[in-house]
Ligand binder design. Sequence first.
Ligand SMILES: [Ca+2]
Length: 265
Amino acid sequence: MLKNSLFLSACSIMTLTVTLLSCSETGDSNSNPGPILPETLYVNTIGTLPHDTSAFTQGFEIHDGILWESTGLFGYSTLRKLDPSNGSILETYPLPDTLFAEGITIVNDKIYQLTWLSGLVLEWDIQNPVLHVSNTIETEGWGICSVSSSTVVTSNGSSTLSFRDITSFDTLRTINVNIDGSPVNHLNELEYAGGYIYANRYYSDYIYRIDPATGNVTALIDTSSLLSGSNRINAGVLNGIAWDPERKAFLLTGKNWPTIFIVTF
Ligand SMILES: [Ca+2]
């Protein structure tokens, strides 16, 4: 058994040596592809909707023609049901004062809502939203999106995104979000659309388009043109990204913003 292992190891070394020699002899130009830099995209606003300026937006997602919003702060946190055609609030579900709501996503007719410091993952039935605790996570809850009927992705303010099993919320794998190897931290609200994860970054006007396999940022989306000077005065950071499959556009808003912007990139 040991002899066989040694023989296999020797074969592996020979194969590796031949491979390395082949590369060096042919001067393979693909061995150093150079920096992988993202493209820069800009928002094209195709419509606007009113947004409640008291909403400290933490999560934003459209499901079956309903726009769901999570709002944060201790004592003010809610889950909200909105009409995506006009932005009106259809229902508001308050959280206990001790919980600070964060991102939301919807999987299999359940709404999963993260909380900032408690580690609690809240679960609401979409047909009859009654709050109960579904799971706990080992880190701060910031943003969440679903990439399949069995897997969600969460952020915690670092450059790491965690892929989690929807039943247990156990971590299946992680990716380190980076631009040409440099980590991109403060990742917050998430959205999954067209095979990419979109994330905004706390205190940045950019949305980052991320390859879910590698963590590489493939595009930077500049949203700095959305809020005019006067509208920025009482507004916080962008923190709501929802893909609208009907409009084939993104709905963007932020903490205490007066407007929901309907945009393409
Ligand atoms: Ca979202």
